[in-house]
Design a protein. Structure first.
Length: 428
């Protein structure tokens, strides 16, 4: 490997978990470095489907250590719901899971404030998952956050809790008309979580440095995607963290030189959940067909995803801004039966044509996609395991994406299961 980062190269939901699960076979350590329970990662194998939100997708591989690093905001009820489900389905969770003692905790007020603000914003709402992720990150950078390690000094934890409730309860009551939270109730709940968390908690920064120094293969699993990155995404229609490869160092404590390879995941078309500009969205029959065949409904929310055509402008931006070494192209099989396949190669803006992603959301919203059209394919590709065995039109489409995005295609998925993957040139 030896250290590889897997990120979403579009607007999320690119099947990163499936690629991480595949690459985890070669890794020693798998690391979630940002995001929280707003990220839904789906892994399918052995006729079973697993939906994860906090536990890294490498948890299904024996002999690996999965790390929830400090860049992740941890919601204890969601975490243990996942752990209990995995154990009930026969998967070992113990010393193979390490949770950073520096990770921020999602607290009850974060979720209430998240949902209340969405309600108050009405039509202007961002379309968040309501999981409290944004408010938790906001508290982190405004010095109000409560970290995992804080739970293990009762006096310190109670002081932090009183400080927060003194600030949050007036907002809940007077701004949003919500009931206040009670100190004793929250304290007792989270001290209970502290006991359950303790066997998994440790110094993840030191552990990861030791792993890298020892030459172990480390796989970093990104959540969300580049266009949702809080700094370089289509702001304000973004998530609350650095959901690109740029977040690895801040989210793990490792230096930039520790990352040797970046793989971007991209669908053979495009999807988007929530509000925000989406230049290649198809709101007609073909968009609905992509949604139906691709089963494009959110893992976390169940919301239908907006669907459209492959946007090489967006993916090209992801490739350049993240130093993506190659792409994992997923869901090629979904495109079977479309007479024409489209790749957006540039935008027409009021100011003129461009091959670059504008900074302003209103500029992206005004963009008119310029498409390169290719003939479609009718053959079933779900059983193909070699690139040369794909239909000629499917191969041409993959190569066109490679050309327009500026990164080589390292692997192509032709179905939802672990084994339905074509590796190009034997590397990934």
């Amino acid at each position: 490997m030896p250290t590889t980062c897997v990120i979403g190269a579009q607007r999320g939901d690119e099947g990163k978990a499936r690629i991480v699960d595949l690459l985890a076979d070669e890794a020693d350590v798998i690391v979630r470095y940002q995001g929280g329970s707003n990220a839904g990662h789906t892994v399918m194998f052995g006729g079973e489907t697993f939906r994860l939100h906090l536990v890294p997708s490498g948890i299904f591989r024996a002999g690996k250590t999965c790390v929830v690093a400090h860049g992740v905001v941890v919601d204890p009820p969601v975490l243990f719901e996942e752990i209990d489900d995995l154990r009930a389905r026969g998967h070992q969770i113990g010393k193979n899971l390490l949770i950073s003692d520096r990770a921020q905790l999602v607290m009850p007020w974060h979720k209430i404030l998240d949902r209340a603000r969405e309600e108050a914003d009405g039509k202007a709402k961002m379309g968040t998952t309501g999981r409290g992720i944004g408010p938790c990150y906001a508290d982190k950078v405004s010095y109000r956050g409560i970290r995992v390690c804080d739970l293990y000094d009762r006096g310190w934890f109670e002081e932090r809790l009183r400080l927060n409730l003194g600030e949050k309860n007036p907002i809940l009551e007077k701004v949003y008309g919500k009931a206040p939270l009670h100190f004793e109730t929250v304290r007792d709940e989270y001290l209970g979580w502290a006991d359950k968390l303790k066997p998994f908690v440790g110094d993840a920064v030191g552990f990861l440095h030791d792993a890298v120094d020892a030459g172990k293969n480390v796989l970093f699993e990104g959540a969300q995607a580049v266009l949702l990155d809080v700094d370089i995404g289509v702001y304000p229609y973004v998530t609350a963290s650095n959901s690109s490869a740029l977040g690895v160092t801040a989210g793990t404590g490792l230096p930039p030189k520790a990352i040797h390879k970046v793989i971007g995941c991209a669908k053979a078309y495009a999807t988007h959940v929530g509000s925000g500009p989406f230049p290649t969205e198809d709101e007609g029959d073909e968009g609905q067909r992509l949604r139906d065949i691709g089963r494009e409904y959110g893992t976390t929310t169940g919301r239908p995803r907006r669907c459209g055509w492959f946007d090489a402008v967006a993916v090209r931006f992801a490739v350049r801004s993240n130093g993506i070494d190659g792409l994992a192209l997923v869901k090629l099989d979904v495109l079977r039966g479309f007479p024409k396949l489209r790749i957006c190669t540039s935008y027409n803006l009021p100011s003129g044509p461009t091959r670059h992603l504008p900074a302003a959301a209103f500029a992206v919203a005004s963009a008119k996609p310029v498409y390169r059209e290719l003939p479609g394919f009718d053959e079933d590709v779900s059983g193909v395991r070699r690139f040369e065995d794909l239909p000629a039109n499917a191969r041409a489409f993959v190569k066109a994406i490679e050309e327009e995005s500026g990164a080589p295609i390292l692997l192509v998925s032709v179905g939802p299961s672990r084994e339905q993957v074509i590796r190009l040139d034997g590397h990934a």
